[in-house]
Design a protein around this ligand. Structure first.
Ligand code: NAD
Ligand code: ZN
Length: 379
């Protein structure tokens, strides 16, 4: 029996207040409105951004809220005006969108859509400023327009990538955020040529995805830089060939890398969020052609300081958001790379828990264990 046009009652993990375990509740999910789709979520994974907003330190607390933004699912029904998706389509909801009409979407160079660019403060749908989730009539806020910690969610069509129905959603769900961010930062922005050297600052999930991009690009040396030496063992599986721990040297890490490489690396990708690492990542690239790409999100009051001569000497500094991918146009092709075995994802998925144990995924992340924990909605 079709549920289209009806309110669906299902389970969702609700964050009632900051830092408290999520509680699984029965919620009502309203039908999708104009330019919206309702998705049955099958798998979702936990990313630092969920934990950051659950913890709500340093940003506007917005509760009660349904978190979650890395996920895979199947379209249940579509609202008015939706023509390129239909019930049964396999999709990845994405935290940043692509309206296909604004100046950014029309530019080949940008993925910073004016309408659907990430908005961490918004808790309602754009169409009518209302939430599609409620409990006994009391609204529950959305998160990043995705709210995937729910068996059903409603998402703007511009934030939905339609993918190959053969792709295993329990694996490709991680392409919704972190893996695409790191991988795209290397292949779309740093663009190492075959045989070049690449330094990766920060060997968390995003940095290891950037290393995967370097491996796929045929980099000759992949130098991993991290303050935490326990990251090094795992990073070997991701093609990282050499390691530098800035704490193990009495000179700045950029100088260490310049010496190791006879003048600097060809490319560097910063995935830490540390301003010091951002400066080092820039200053360790070779003059004449080196390119450094910033991915990490800095603290509010950070300022990037380097001598302008470092730029005049023909080094390039870039930054990127979501690996420069346009979610609807580009992500289906990244899924194909996984299907063609060009890109490895399985090694990023270190844990899996049933939905009823979603709080375990939070505990693992807080303990710094593993890379991605996939949450199985039907279990
Ligand atoms: P993570 O915490 O798992 O990994 C960060 C790693 O950086 C850690 O291993 C840590 O030890 C290391 N590190 C910290 N300071 C360092 C320093 N000064 N030098 C060397 N290593 C250092 O984080 P993650 O999930 O991999 O995310 C990495 C960054 O990417 C975060 O800042 C996150 O907010 C950001 N991010 C950006 C985007 C985007 O679109 N630009 C998207 C997602 C995540
Ligand atoms: Zn747009």
């Amino acid at each position: 029996m079709s549920t289209a046009g009806q309110v669906i009652r299902c389970k969702a993990a609700v964050a009632w207040e900051s830092g408290k375990p999520l509680s699984i509740e029965e919620v009502e999910v309203a039908p999708p409105q104009k330019n919206e789709v309702r998705i049955k979520i099958l798998f979702t994974s936990l990313c630092h951004t969920d934990v950051y907003f659950w913890d709500a330190k340093g940003q506007n607390p917005l509760f009660p809220r349904i978190l979650g933004h890395e996920a895979g699912g199947i379209v249940e029904s579509v609202g008015e005006g939706v023509t390129d998706l239909k019930p049964g389509d396999h999709v990845l909801p994405i935290f940043t969108g692509e309206c296909k009409e604004c100046a950014h979407c029309l530019s080949e160079e940008s993925n910073m859509c004016d309408l659907l660019r990430i908005n961490t403060d918004r808790g309602e749908m754009i169409h009518d400023g209302k939430s599609r989730f409620s409990i006994n009539g009391k609204p529950i806020y959305h998160f990043l327009g995705t709210s995937t910690f729910s068996e059903y969610t409603v998402v703007h069509v511009g934030q939905v990538a339609k993918i190959n129905p053969e792709a295993p959603l329990d694996k490709v769900c991680v392409l919704s955020c972190g893996m695409s961010t790191g991988f795209g930062a290397t292949v779309n922005v740093a663009k190492p040529k075959k045989g070049q050297s690449v330094a990766i600052f920060g060997l968390g999930a995003v940095g290891l995805a950037a290393a995967e991009g370097a491996r796929v690009s045929g980099a000759s040396r992949i130098i991993g830089v991290d303050l935490n030496p326990s990251r090094f063992e795992q990073a070997k599986k991701f093609g990282v060939t050499e390691f530098v721990n800035p704490k193990a040297h009495d000179k700045p890490v950029q100088e260490v890398i310049v010496e190791m490489t006879g003048g600097g690396v060809d490319r560097s990708v910063e995935c830490t969020g540390s301003i010091q690492a951002m400066i080092s990542a820039f200053e360790c690239v070779h003059d004449g052609w080196g390119v450094a790409v910033l991915v990490g999100v800095p603290n509010k009051d950070d300022a990037f300081k380097t001598h302008p001569v470092n730029l005049l000497n023909e080094r390039t500094l870039k930054g990127t958001f979501f690996g420069n991918y346009k979610p609807r146009t580009d992500i289906p092709a990244v899924v194909e790379k996984y299907m063609n075995q060009e890109l490895e994802l399985d090694k990023f998925i270190t844990h899996s828990v049933p939905f009823s144990e979603i709080n375990k995924a939070f505990e693992l992340m807080l303990a710094g264990e593993g890379l991605r924990c996939v949450i199985r909605m039907d279990a």
